[in-house]
Every structure is written in C-alpha cells, then in structure tokens.
Design a protein around this ligand. Sequence first.
Ligand code: CAA
Length: 405
Amino acid sequence: MSALDTAENAMWRQKARDVAEKVVRPLSKKYDDLQEYPWEIRDALAAAGLMKVWIPKEYGGEAGETPVLNLCIVVEEISKADPAIGVLFAVNALGSFPILVGGTEEQKQRFLPRIASGEKLVAFCLSEKTAGSDAQGLKVRAVASGEGKWKIHGEKKWTTNGGAADFYTVFAVTDPESRSRRISAFIVEKDMPGFSIGKVEDKMGIRAVPVVETVFDGVEVGEDRLLGGKLGQGFKHAMMTLDRARPGVAAQGMGCAQGALDLATVYAQRRQQFGQSIASFQMVQKMLADMATQTEAARQLVYSCARMLDAGLPNTSKVAAMAKLFSTDVAMKVTTDAVQIFGGYGFMRDYPIEKFMRDAKITQIYEGTNQVQRIVVARGILKEAEALTHLSAYIPEEDQMVYEG
Ligand code: CAA
C-alpha cells in the first residue's frame, strides 16, 4: 500500500498484488521460456475482476473515481512480478480505449462488457512495416464496397495480443486525398472472413505476450463497425487513445524498475564477498540509492499524470509523454544496474533478473518511441509558451547589446 492510496486505490492494489504474487510470479519463467500466451494467467486476472478497472460501470466495468490511476496501480503491481504480464494486461486497455473515446453508444454497449468480464481480449492495430513513428503514413486501405460497407486490405505490424485477441481496433485509410481526414478506425473480430495472423515475432523480451503481423485480406465491415459512425476521425482517435494509454506503459516501466530493485536489494543482502554482504559496500549502496530515487521519481510522475487525466484536465498529452519517457528510461537504467548487482549470476537465465532487463527495453520503443515522446513534450512546451512572452522584456535584444570594455 502506498501512503497516499485512497481506499479505492488500495483495493485495486491489493487485488493485483494477490494475483501477481500467487499466480504471475511463479509462472513467469515458464511462459518466458515457452513464448506462449499464458491463458491460466489471463483467467486469474479476469477472475479477480482486474479487466474491469478501466471500464465504466455502465459498460460492465468497475471504473471508480480515479480509473487511470487505478489502472496504473494494477499495471505497476503486475509488472513488479513480471513486466511481460504487465503489458499482456495493459494492452487490453490500449485496444479498448478507441471504443471508449470514440465509439458510438451502441459500440460501447456491444463490445466493452465482454472485455470487462475478461471473456474477450482486444488488440490495437496502428503500426505498419513502413509506418511506425509516422503513424499518419499508414497504408492499410478501407475501400467502400457498397452502401455503408468497406473492405479492409493490407497488413499491420507489431500487433501486441494478436492471435490471442478476439477484437481488433484497426486504423485504415478511407480518404487518401485528405490530409487531416485520411484515416478511419474500424472494429474487426478474429473470425471475420479475410482476417488472419501473419508472422509471429520471436522476441528479446515480453515473450509471454504475442506480437504478430495481422493480415486483412478484404475483411468486410459495415457502418456498425466504423468507430464513432464517422469517417476521417481515426488519427485523432489514435492520438487520444495513446494519450490515455501511455501512462499505462509508464506504470509498466516503473513497476518493472521496482521489481528489479526489490530483487537486487534482497540479493545484495544475501550475497557474501570479502566476508560480508555486498549490501554493506558503499558502492552497492550508492547504486541501490540511485535506483530507488529514480524509481520513486517515476512513480510520482506516473501518479500525478494519472490524477491529471482522472481530473479531466485539458492538454494532458505532454504529461502523458513525460511519464512514459521518464519511467521507461528509468526502467532500462534500473534493470541494467540490477543485473550488475547480481554480477555473473545476473547474466544467467537461471536467475530472475535478466528477464527484467530484456522486458524493459521494449517499453522505450512501443506506444511511441521515447524520441517521439520528446517531440510531444517539446510541442506541448512550445504551445504553452504564450504565457511566458512577458519574460522577453528581461532578455536583452542581441543587436542592442553595447560593448563597454
Ligand atoms: N489528441 C487529439 N488530436 C491530436 C493529438 C492528440 N493528442 N495529437 C495530434 N492530434 C491531431 C492534430 O490536432 C492534427 O489535427 P488537424 O490535422 O485537424 O490539425 C492531427 O492530429 C495531426 O497532428 P500532427 O500534425 O501533430 O501529427 P504528426 O504526423 O506530426 O504526428 C506524432 C505526431 C506525435 C509523431 C504521432 O504520429 C505519434 O504519436 N507517433 C507515434 C505513434 C505510436 O505511438 N505508435 C505506437 C502504436 S501502439 C504500439 O506500440 C504497439 C502495441 O500494440 C503496444
């Protein structure tokens, strides 16, 4: 329990911690080795009601007063035990946010309750082979095939949860001539004719969750599956989704860092060298202190970003990007140092720590690379700079500087 948790936050934290310690941690190595979807873990997450944390009550969920913060807490607790399961869980929020932020009432009623119950999993299909950071450059087409009908053609890349998921929120070009209304989003189901899974990736980390290519070979969708019932809103909905989902990746990174720090702390106290525990050496203490400080700073940024989103504050893209980039950079640094504390054993797969380092790497890349996050942060700062123009009076004009030497 964090000192500032409300009763609601503490309830979600405890539920997540129970599943994390009883089910996730003991099975972590098995599914990392197998690189297979852990259905028994999915069942435990669903049975504990954790899939309801981000979905409002009217759509079968149990989102409370602070749904983004509660989601971050759940992802943090799961990621402390296994960061791969952190994303396996959080990617369902990523896939369902387009429906939450942009879906019609009918679409929300139709799809969200089955996600909340854990009966159905969902995936987010934005990236393509030639459209990663440049998400507007995507090429998958949805071509009109009759009154209120479209056929989707093309391939998506890096679909996390692909193959396991039942629903796919798919972004496709409907108006190639338009600059700002080029893209629309559709909800596809796995058994629709023309939908299939292509290459299944063999990954460095997050091996328990599948990352695949998804193939759309003329998948026909009707108006009822056009997100929000309107064409041309897809890019806006994708960006709004990422603003809400990036705090979840930030929580995954922060939980991953905390999990690695916890293991390193236990090991540093146990490992004897030169007749004493390595935790008694100042160089190791300095490492632990820096790791703990960075992880705590990441936690506070994640929580404050989540509280801003929960309060409905405008212009939260900047802080969501800050939380994502800071926490995931911390995850990489802290997990690398944790492996260092484990020394030679840390490099071996018999020990649980190297997995944290492998799992951390992708958090700096997916849901927008940390380079893209810095673009979003910089744009946010420059947008807000109007409020600072009065400061210009205190900065001399360069051509009016007089040399008085
Ligand atoms: N909310 C609402 N609208 C937004 C917005 C936001 N946060 N950001 C941009 N928009 C709107 C703009 O207002 C603009 O609208 P108009 O055309 O009407 O003026 C439009 O979208 C285009 O905006 P930009 O010109 O800023 O877009 P850009 O092409 O310069 O791209 C970007 C900006 C930040 C680089 C964006 O492309 C981006 O975030 N890229 C990274 C994509 C990403 O995160 N991909 C990961 C996918 S998920 C994944 O990793 C796999 C997985 O399964 C886990």
